[in-house]
Design a protein around this ligand. Structure first.
Ligand SMILES: [Zn+2]
Length: 257
């Protein structure tokens, strides 16, 4: 049973970066962590490639679920704590955070495998009347209720979600973040091959190639550049810290002698 969700800030940042990578399509992934006293503690993320590109059809294939479970097992060994897949997330670009009837139905299927499984929805690329952009987050589960006519219907139920501060980005979150450019590249390559299968005349090939190059340039600008910048400043910060600690060590050694 899961009554509340604790989402660590670094895991939140990975999900959000993924959600903001595209405003044309919904993106999705798995949430990895542990459940302690009815509270799910999410500390790692596994980004997934979209298997169905139709609108509002974010469904995780059984293969992706199995791979996610395997990733969680490896993390459990590495971190020496009971990690497992506890939920999933997906984005709602340009629409509200509320789960659609498809989301509620998909969620109910996951709950038949694990009753504590929950879903997060990141609503992004929304603007208010003052053109201020905002991001909304909701956490939900599916519940079955009976109408007065005795008919069973599925509804979404909100779960409280708390974003908890972390002192730095954990290694699993950093690794998940660095996988994003590859996932985006693979999705674009797949779209290019699909387009090439449909039309193979010279003009179409030139057009498709240009669209592909344009997408990759966009990813370089909005995803790879900022990630590299963030990693470089993290490296700089650690190098500064090492220098400080070394100076402190020398000072303490001198004090001892
Ligand atoms: Zn949805």
């Amino acid at each position: 049973m899961v009554l509340a969700v604790k989402l660590r800030a670094d895991a939140f940042m990975v999900c959000l970066t993924h959600a903001l990578s595209t405003e044309e399509e919904e993106v999705m992934g798995l949430l990895i962590g542990e459940v302690v006293d009815d509270c799910a503690d999410v500390s790692a993320v596994s980004m997934l490639r979209r298997s169905d590109k139709r609108k509002d059809r974010v469904e995780i294939s059984p293969e992706q679920l199995a791979m996610g479970a395997q990733e969680a097992e490896h993390l459990a060994i590495r971190l020496q704590k009971p990690m497992r897949v506890v939920g999933w997330y997906h984005s709602h670009p340009h629409i509200t955070m509320w789960p659609s009837h498809v989301d509620v139905r998909t969620q109910s299927i996951y709950q038949t495998m694990d009753s504590g499984f929950f879903g997060l929805i990141f609503s992004c690329f929304n603007h208010d009347a003052q053109s201020m952009g905002h991001i909304d987050l909701t956490c939900f589960q599916s519940v079955t209720s009976t109408t007065t006519e005795g008919q069973e219907i599925l509804n979404g139920r909100d779960l409280p979600v708390h974003i908890c501060r972390t002192s730095s980005i954990s290694q699993p979150c950093l690794e998940a973040l660095s996988k994003l450019p590859r996932i985006l590249l693979e999705e674009e390559q797949e779209a290019l091959h699909e387009a090439e299968r449909e039309s193979s005349d010279l003009l179409s090939r030139v057009h498709n190639g240009s669209v592909f190059a344009k997408s990759l340039s966009r990813f370089m600008e909005i995803i790879c550049g900022p990630i590299m910048q963030a990693l470089e400043s993290r490296l700089e910060h650690h190098e500064r810290k090492i220098k400080q600690l070394k100076a402190e060590k020398t000072r303490l050694k001198e004090a001892l002698t």
